[in-house]
Design a protein around this ligand. Structure first.
Ligand code: NAG
Ligand code: NAG
Ligand code: NAG
Ligand code: NAG
Ligand code: NAG
Ligand code: NAG
Length: 629
């Protein structure tokens, strides 16, 4: 039989059977790739309502695949309940699942007109089209044709990144006949390469004849294709034992450092910022040592600004040190400050001799030291300025420098490891493969950053100003707790009370820099408050500050739309990150918009202090937790 006539028969049988209200479902076949054909067989749009129950509990299957490889990501994608999902798959709610593991997804299926379906929403990512979403992301749980039908107002050929579409997932409830035979569930199984109907029936303990019938197939016609759904009729809910692949396809083994823990399954989430660090500063520590010695007696009286200037004066000549001198200085450093010095062979062992598989980015490697992960940055002759600050602070929201090593002219700095990389990777669209932070995670991150800054401003002597707060300088650990990094521009504040001083060198990042600093070089802790306002704006909108600037020239315009809109939440919907749409408490969001507005005040004195911001954010966090329940 040629291809055309088989299509003809297929279409014919589809029509004759779907007209009957009590029919079994048909197998969808290859029509799923025919995205531009308006006359597809109905089963492509979904499983037909069969006149029996209008809704039922059922199960989908899904193969874990980053970024959809956690309980929360999968239940979000497929409108499932995370606690049910983790229970039926016997995994913890925070677990990361192995790639290609078959996951059972409990869902509620209901009638929508002529079809059964389960609605979920999806946010368009870069390079998405309906076929890619249906086939590659949802693995066949929906079809391009069903997506087009469900979203009639959207133009399928020009989907806007960040737009939310409604996705009908393919599910079905048993017919009267099936119920009579004791079948309580029709699970939407995803066919994999090499699957056969008989093997699928066997695996789930279903009767092969009923399985064939449930899909409108017969002993003579058992053709099935990967990335299509297939109904398996079951008396009882599926169990974890049925998710084990009978003969697992050979996978390339992940490298040992990556497979050792859940949170490290993807190298790109790794602590990557350090690669971007410019800085030059063991020298500064060296400077500190010298400084401490030279100025020991009058240290108490020394003005902090003069102090940091004298650092630079002393530091410059040190740059051309010989190896022997460097070693001597290393000795004096470890004697003077509580910083561990590592032997080079320790670091070699930790990073598998600085192998490429331990490389995070630039010259930053991931290493295992005594069972703990660390980020190790290799530098030539220079050491970040931040060392002079980092060695004397200890706060969980500020990245920790654990140690140093000197070998053959190179410096190696050992930092605490932040498993989830930079905040910017998580906030801006498209960077992190469609993974997004939820509302509460974002508030926690803001609170963490505020707490870190508050510590710098109020609990270090002299007070310090970070001066370069921005998304890419915030790192996230395995629990998404934030740590401020890159103290390369940090400096101590001026005269005690006002904490104001002047500088001639304007350095920082456009959009984050306070106007008084750009215009007059005025430096105060309120610089960080302004930048924090910009950071909040990015975290809530999901947009880079540079983009917001380009579009508006004045950031207060972005905020005013929301602040001037008294009752309706429409302006808020436009303002907020599309990935959080409908998943945030509007009142709290509006409150934060007001706080951003205060932080971005032109007059530095009108901006709130960091301790005040911490108070406000802890209250917001508490309310968010209650809202989540
Ligand atoms: C349902 O069962 C009845 C009797 O058992 C049978 O006559 C009918 O053809 C069945 N319907 C379908 C669609 O299989
Ligand atoms: C499905 O429905 C049941 C009962 O109506 C409900 O308890 C459960 O939370 C629903 N599950 C989802 C994922 O909506
Ligand atoms: C799914 O969404 C469509 C379109 O938004 C709607 O018409 C339909 O009633 C919804 N179905 C269910 C089961 O929620
Ligand atoms: C469907 O998706 C799978 C997995 O991503 C891919 O291997 C396959 O080539 C896709 N099919 C088509 C027709 O593009
Ligand atoms: C959809 O978008 C494409 C490309 O932008 C355009 O050529 C086409 O005319 C649009 N179709 C409709 C119906 O708007
Ligand atoms: C579904 O319908 C059958 C009869 O057609 C009935 O026996 C069964 O209890 C119904 N199931 C649910 C969950 O309503």
């Amino acid at each position: 039989m040629d291809f055309l006539s088989s299509i003809f028969i297929f279409v014919l049988s589809a029509f004759c059977c779907s007209s009957s209200a009590v029919a079994q479902q048909l197998y969808v076949g290859q029509a799923i790739t025919d995205c531009n054909n308006p006359n597809v067989t109905p089963v492509v749009l979904g499983y037909a309502y069969n006149g029996a129950n209008t809704s039922c509990q059922t199960f989908l299957t899904f193969r874990s695949k980053p970024p959809y490889n956690t309980v929360s990501a999968i239940s979000d994608l497929l409108a499932s309940d995370p606690s049910h999902l983790s229970e039926i798959n016997s995994v913890s709610e925070t677990a990361t699942l192995d790639t290609n593991k078959l996951v059972i997804v409990p869902v509620n299926c209901s009638r929508s007109g002529e079809y059964y379906q389960l609605n979920t929403s999806y946010i368009i990512k870069r390079n998405d089209g309906y076929f890619v979403i249906a086939n590659n992301t949802l693995q066949g749980l929906t079809t391009c044709q069903a997506l087009a039908k469900q979203n009639p107002s959207l133009n399928a050929t020009s989907l806007a990144i960040g737009a939310t579409i409604s996705v009908p997932l393919r599910c079905a409830c048993p017919t009267k006949n099936q119920s009579d035979l004791g079948i309580n569930y029709l699970i939407s199984y995803l066919i994999a390469e090499g699957d056969e109907v008989s093997r699928i029936s066997q695996r789930f303990g279903a009767e092969n004849e009923l399985t064939l019938e449930a899909n409108g197939l017969s002993e003579e016609n058992t053709n099935i294709n990967p990335f299509t759904t297939f109904l398996v009729p079951l008396e009882n809910p599926p169990s974890i034992s049925q998710t084990i692949e009978p003969s697992p396809p050979p996978l390339s083994p992940p490298s040992p450092t990556i497979s050792t823990s859940n949170d490290s399954s993807n190298k790109t989430w790794l602590y990557a910022l350090l690669g971007a660090l410019g800085g030059c500063a063991l020298i500064l520590v060296i400077g500190t040592v010298i400084f401490c010695r030279v100025f020991r007696r009058n240290k108490e009286k020394t003005d902090p600004v003069t102090a940091s200037e004298s650092f630079e004066a002393i530091v410059k000549p040190q740059e051309k040190k010989t190896d022997q001198e460097s070693k001597d200085f290393l000795d004096s450093i470890s004697a003077n400050i509580a910083l561990k010095t590592y032997n080079f062979d320790e670091l070699q062992r930790a990073t598998d001799n600085f192998s490429s598989k331990c490389l995070i980015k630039g010259s930053v490697y991931r290493g295992m030291i005594n069972g703990d992960s660390a980020a190790i940055k290799k530098m030539d002759g220079d050491v970040p300025k931040e060392m002079s600050l980092l060695h004397k602070i200890n706060h969980s929201n500020l990245i920790r420098l654990c140690g140093v090593c000197f070998n053959e002219g190179h410096w190696y700095l050992v930092y605490e490891f932040a498993a989830n990389g930079t905040l910017s990777d998580w906030i801006y669209y498209g960077i992190n493969d469609g993974k997004f932070l939820d509302w509460t995670q974002r508030i926690q991150i803001l609170l963490d950053v505020a707490a870190g800054l508050n510590y710098l401003h109020s609990f270090t002597t002299p007070p310090h100003i970070h001066k370069d707060i921005k998304c890419s300088n915030i790192l996230l650990d395995g629990d998404f707790r934030a740590k401020i990094a890159n103290f390369g521009l940090a400096r101590s504040a001026g005269a005690e009370e006002s904490h104001f001083s002047l500088t001639k060198h304007i350095v920082g990042t456009i959009g984050y820099m306070a106007p008084e600093y750009v215009e007059n070089g005025l430096v105060s802790t309120k610089l960080d408050v302004y930048a924090f306002g910009a950071l909040m704006l990015e975290i809530l909108t999901g947009k880079e500050i540079a983009v917001l600037y380009e579009d508006n020239k004045d950031l207060s315009d972005v905020l005013n739309a929301v602040l001037k809109d008294e009752d309706g939440h429409e302006s808020l919907t436009d303002f907020m990150d599309p990935s959080m749409q409908g998943k945030y408490p509007p009142e709290l969001a509006k409150f934060l918009v007001r706080l951003i507005d205060n932080c971005l005040e032109k007059n530095p004195a009108a901006r709130p202090a960091m301790d005040e911001i911490v108070q406000l954010l802890s209250r917001t966090m508490n309310n968010s937790m209650t809202w989540e329940l």
